[in-house]
Design a protein around this ligand. Sequence first.
Ligand code: HEC
Length: 153
Amino acid sequence: MKRTLIAAALAGFALSAGAQEPTWRADIAPIVKKGCSECHGVEAPEFGDWMLLPDAKRKKEGPRMDTYTTFMSYVVWPATGAMQRRLDDGANAGGKPGNMYKHLGETDAERAKNLATIKAWLGEGAWNLNRFKARESVPGVTKEQLEKIKAKY
Ligand code: HEC
């Protein structure tokens, strides 16, 4: 009896340790700090202010995305799917990687690993490139797609 209880407790422990979900704090913030914060850090304007900048300036300066909340505004709202569109390696975007994919690392292996980490963190089925509303032939994101987002802090 006692042995069974210990075995069960150990199995439970192993399960929870093995299935540990990625978090913003442990897994994503370091990637953003290393690859993105030079242009999207604390000095950068938040999305709303960035959108008010003249076009020419907006092409040269990125908006802020170095905190959980600012980062999520490019996943969920108001810039729905912008993170996925810019970071995609081309697999979901007709073969052409997003223009921020290159900042995910110095080598192909590092970029692929960091992209996989971000995808796993967002959650299975949450890598959707759709905007909030439909544009041309691309449908807007659905509630079912948004519900896939886990993105644990
Ligand atoms: C060398 C500077 C630089 C680095 C490093 C950089 N970016 Fe950017 N990023 C920009 C600029 C400038 C823009 C705005 C111009 C454009 O849309 O391409 C931008 C735009 C974006 C956008 C689109 C925002 C929107 O709403 O349209 C996303 C998302 C993004 N970057 C994500 C990232 C991520 C994630 C990283 C790190 C992996 C990163 N960027 C690294 C300069 C950079």
